[in-house]
Design a protein. Structure first.
Length: 229
């Protein structure tokens, strides 16, 4: 089995590359996974029909990361929207602790649609909190985090706060995924979070795309790994 770092570095694309201007392409045929390509695409095929601001490639990164996460750790996803990224973590990971948080304050508030989908995929280890992420971390969270995805508001202050509030729970080797890093504010907030932290982090992936909505890595992604306890 490939390590997580080997998997994400091995993702490639058949024709449309991240730096190329957007043209129509079928992301399933364009995306080439370095391991279990056919199996992973079958696993996520149904979920990829959910309205999303993400891609198959990003979904496979999440699914692989949760699959390799130690059982006592948690996957935490701030900002679930219609559920694509969160549910990508749940599929075939029924024994992994997965936590989603969203108060549905943006993008049409698809609360009922998400809850219907969540009820179809969840196990007893999967939880959702309908609340603001700041309140959640201050009053509810108590588990060490093995994979963290902040996908809430991407202004500088919220991006930085979303990382700082979760950081005390980051386990050693925790994976931190930040999307929309084509934009200046989430990128700079992430870099400032790293430079201002007493912990050590490694950027294990930093992919930009030619535009927002790109079928490779959408609007850019950064993936960090915490190196120390």
């Amino acid at each position: 089995m490939m390590s997580f770092k080997e998997f994400i570095s091995g993702i490639s694309f058949k024709s449309l590359q991240p730096h190329m201007p957007l043209t129509y392409t079928d992301e399933f045929s364009n995306t080439i996974l370095p391991e279990e390509d056919e199996q992973m695409k079958k696993t996520l095929f149904e979920i990829c029909s959910i309205p999303k601001m993400s891609t198959l490639a990003l979904g496979t990164i999440i699914n692989k990361g949760i699959a390799q996460m130690e059982d006592h750790l948690a996957f935490v996803n701030v900002g679930v929207w219609n559920g694509f990224t969160f549910l990508c973590g749940l599929v075939n990971n029924r024994n992994k602790k997965c936590i989603g948080i969203d108060n549905f304050s943006e993008f049409g508030s698809p609360r009922e649609d998400f809850l219907t989908r969540f009820s179809s995929y969840r196990s007893e280890f999967h939880h959702f909190y309908d609340m603001d992420y700041v309140d959640y971390f201050k009053t509810c969270h108590n588990s060490p985090i093995g994979f963290y995805l902040y996908d809430g508001a991407h202004d500088y202050d919220n991006q930085l706060k979303g990382l700082q509030l979760a950081e005390p729970f980051f386990a050693k080797n925790c994976i931190i995924m930040v999307d929309d890093t084509n934009f200046e504010h989430p990128r700079q907030a992430t870099l400032d979070f790293m430079s201002g932290s007493t912990n050590k982090y490694e950027i294990i992936m930093d992919a930009k795309t030619a535009c927002n909505g790109h079928p490779t890595f959408w609007n850019g992604v950064m993936i960090l790994q915490k190196l120390n306890e």
